[in-house]
Each structure stands twice: as structure tokens, then as C-alpha cells.
Design a protein around this ligand. Structure first.
Ligand code: HSE
Length: 406
């Protein structure tokens, strides 16, 4: 049986490497007589690469070759990935992807095309890199009603925040180091502005709650505004700040409350000790309670590990479908940002009396040598809409960061 890879970047070349490195083992696991890489689609050439002879810039070679039963998409982006993946599914080929943008934006259409053609569309690597999370949600936890899913879904921002806490680095220096180490792109926006985490939480919410959550249907905030002073307060409180993506079923499951933003996490939380480029995903089920999945959320071989596992699964299920998916959501399914409910960390220059008048009883956090006149505190439970209104009455609000309860 033959496989093709579309996109020979970091993940695509990792897939080729794992297919070669563990070849005999993979063939055996896939229950096939053979499993060989036949084409690599890329516009670039790779002189001297061991797979140089397999590289083509002609997509139609893959599409029209009946021997290619499984296609791996590691190109990233929507164009031309969506058209190519759809064409492969319609041609009766199973497709495996690591492309979170594609799954978050076009998952329903592609899963429908897979169903119509009796093939599989699998994407374990699209969330959490090498961490098994898609299968646990759709298979192992299927006896549960999942009430919440939340996690540290972006390695680059977690590396930056870890450096800000462990070395006292400021955001710009930590970002520069992340770029030098190859974690962050030269344009780091998808990571530091939360866009990558936003796509991943959409996929998790789709799977956990069965209805589509679109990436632009809720608030996404990155970590650019986190300062060294915020870090000092978080430490004084006994916690850390992480970029947290979360989705929670509310109103008896009729709605979902979704958010990507920096969050204050208690030092006792299992998510607090997730450092560097590692990811962790917490799934809260009504029978299991909390389960946390931890590991390498990015990188060549960890991500390839998940992609190749999907290739093996496709090979084992040739001619049979793994039935899972989600449906379009009704208007108003995703709760408006103003209705997001939680506790919040606030820094401002108002007096104790003004703060008490505005919020009632709050939990103050003290640091050594705080900026003059500044007070920092944690609010009671409040909706974001009410919080924003109250913050308008405070003096010099410098930070507002949500506080998690996990
Ligand atoms: N850029 C992502 C991260 C990896 O830093 O986690 C791919 O999703």
C-alpha cells in the first residue's frame, strides 16, 4: 500500500523519517503487506535529501494514482490545503492532517466528504502535537458527558511565560529567545496572539460537545500585555500565568462558553507545572472527573508520531469508517464574551474604599515595593460584562486577567 505526503516542512519530513525509522513495526501494525512512501508534494526541491526522488510539484500525480490510498497533509493553511484534501477524499483516499487551521475551519465539510466516500479523515496531530487527545475524547471518554475542556495548547507562548517566571525575563527578550530556538516564527503572531490556541480549542470543543465552534465566535487574547509586575503578583499569590484555552458547557449544554486568554492558575493545579514548550489538556467528565493529558505539543518527531499513528489507523480501516464528527451549531450557541463568568485578577490605582464599593469583598495580593498607589486583588465570581462596567469606574486599570478554577 502507498502513502503520499503533501508538504515537506518540519512535520512532513518528520513523517517521512518516522515511516522509515520504524518501517517494519509500522507495516506490522497497519496489518498490510507493505506501506511505502510514493510521493512528496512540495514546490521546493531538496537536493541531497534521502527522499529527493519522491518529490513532485504536481498534485495530480497523487490524485490520479490509484495505488496511493492514504495522503498526509502537512502543508498548513487553508489554500490550497482545503482543495487538495477535499479532492483526495472525493477520489477515495483517506487523509491524515496536522493542520489545525484546516480542521477548525473546514472540519465538518471534510468529515462529510470522508463519510460520502467511505474513507477516513483523521487529525490527531492537530491538537497537542504528539499528545494523544482526539482519540481519548472520541473513544476512551465517550461514556462521560464532558463538561469542560481546557489547556495549555501552545508551546511557544508557554516557553515565553515559563522564561518570564523562571528567569525574570520580559516578554520581548523571551520571545527573541523563542525565535532563536526555532519555537516561534519570525512573525510570531499566530502563537503570541492566541490564534493557534484558538483553532485548537475549537477542535476540542467540536469533539467534546458535538457542535461546531467557529474560531471567530469568541474572544481570543494573547500574551503580549503580560508584564514583569503581573508575574510578581502571580508569584505572591502562589500561582503562575499561562495562556489558557477553555470551553465549558453551560445552560445545561445548550451553550458553550469559550475563551483563549492569559489566566492565573493556582500553583496546586496540574496545569501550573507544565513548563517550556510542553502542552497539557484537562478534560472534565461527569463520570471520570478531571483527566490531564501532558506531553510535547509541537516539534518534528512528536507531531509526526501522531500523524503516523493516524496513517496506521487508516491502513487498518481501509474500506471501513471510524464514525465521529460534529454538526453545525445553532445561532447563539457560543455564549457572548460578556457572559463569560469567573474570578478575575485586577490591578488598579483606586482606594480600598472604592474597590470595596465596586466589588464588595475581594482578595488582595501584596508584593514588595508595589507601584505607587497600586492595589491588586481577585474579584468574586462575576461576568466579564459586569467586570468591564465596574472597571470603567476604577482608576488606572493596568491588568485584568482571568483566574481558573482548575
Ligand atoms: N506553533 C505551535 C506551538 C506548534 O508553539 O505550540 C504547532 O501547533
Amino acid at each position: 500500500m502507498y502513502v503520499a505526503i503533501m508538504g515537506y516542512g518540519t512535520v512532513g519530513s518528520g513523517v517521512a523519517e518516522v515511516l522509515k525509522k520504524n518501517h517494519a513495526h509500522i507495516v506490522k501494525k497497519s496489518l498490510q503487506d507493505s506501506l511505502e512512501l510514493k510521493y512528496i508534494l512540495d514546490l521546493r526541491t531538496f537536493p541531497g535529501d534521502p527522499n529527493e526522488s519522491l518529490v513532485t510539484d504536481d498534485f495530480n500525480k497523487i490524485l490520479s494514482d490509484p495505488e496511493v490510498k492514504i495522503v498526509v497533509e502537512t502543508m498548513g493553511g487553508l489554500k490550497p490545503a482545503y482543495d487538495f484534501v477535499l479532492a483526495c477524499l472525493n477520489a477515495g483516499k483517506s487523509v491524515v492532517t496536522s493542520n489545525k487551521e484546516l480542521v477548525a475551519a473546514k472540519g465538518i465539510e471534510l468529515l462529510e466528504a470522508a463519510k460520502a466516500n467511505n474513507v477516513n479523515f483523521l487529525f490527531e496531530a492537530s491538537v497537542g502535537g504528539g499528545i494523544p487527545i482526539i482519540r481519548p475524547i472520541i473513544q476512551c471518554l465517550s461514556a462521560n458527558k464532558i463538561t469542560e475542556v481546557a489547556g495549555i495548547l501552545n508551546g511557544t507562548t508557554n516557553y515565553i511565560l515559563t522564561r518570564m517566571f523562571s528567569d525574570g525575563a520580559d516578554f520581548e527578550d523571551a520571545l527573541a529567545d523563542a525565535q532563536e530556538l526555532g519555537y516561534a516564527e519570525r512573525d510570531p503572531s499566530a502563537d503570541v496572539d492566541g490564534i493557534d490556541a484558538c483553532r485548537k480549542i475549537c477542535i476540542l470543543a467540536d469533539l467534546c460537545f458535538g457542535k461546531e465552534v467557529k474560531p471567530d465566535s469568541f474572544s481570543t487574547e494573547g500574551i503580549r500585555d503580560i508584564t514583569k509586575t503581573d508575574v510578581k503578583y502571580a508569584e505572591a499569590w502562589g500561582g503562575v500565568i499561562k495562556l489558557v484555552a477553555s470551553a465549558k458547557a453551560v445552560n445545561g449544554g445548550r451553550n458553550v462558553s469559550v475563551c483563549v486568554s492569559p489566566a492565573l492558575i493556582s500553583g496546586e493545579s496540574q496545569l501550573a507545572c507544565v513548563s517550556g514548550v510542553f502542552n497539557a489538556i484537562l478534560v472534565r467528565g461527569n463520570a471520570l472527573g478531571d483527566a490531564v493529558f501532558y506531553g510535547r505539543g509541537a516539534g518534528k518527531l512528536p507531531t509526526a508520531s501522531a500523524v503516523v499513528a493516524d496513517v496506521i489507523d487508516c491502513a487498518r480501516h481501509l474500506g471501513r469508517r471510524k464514525p465521529f464528527g460534529w454538526v453545525k451549531s445553532p445561532e447563539g450557541y457560543v455564549l457572548p464574551d460578556d457572559e463569560f463568568k469567573g474570578k478575575f485578577f485586577v490591578r488598579c490605582d483606586s482606594s480600598f474604599e472604592e474597590i470595596a464599593d465596586t466589588f464588595g469583598k475581594v482578595e488582595y495580593i501584596n508584593i514588595e515595593d508595589p507601584p505607587e498607589n497600586e492595589k491588586a486583588f481577585i474579584t468574586p465570581m462575576i461576568t466579564k460584562g459586569d467586570l468591564n462596567k465596574k472597571c470603567e469606574t476604577l482608576r488606572e486599570v493596568k491588568s485584568v486577567i482571568r483566574v481558573t478554577d482548575y
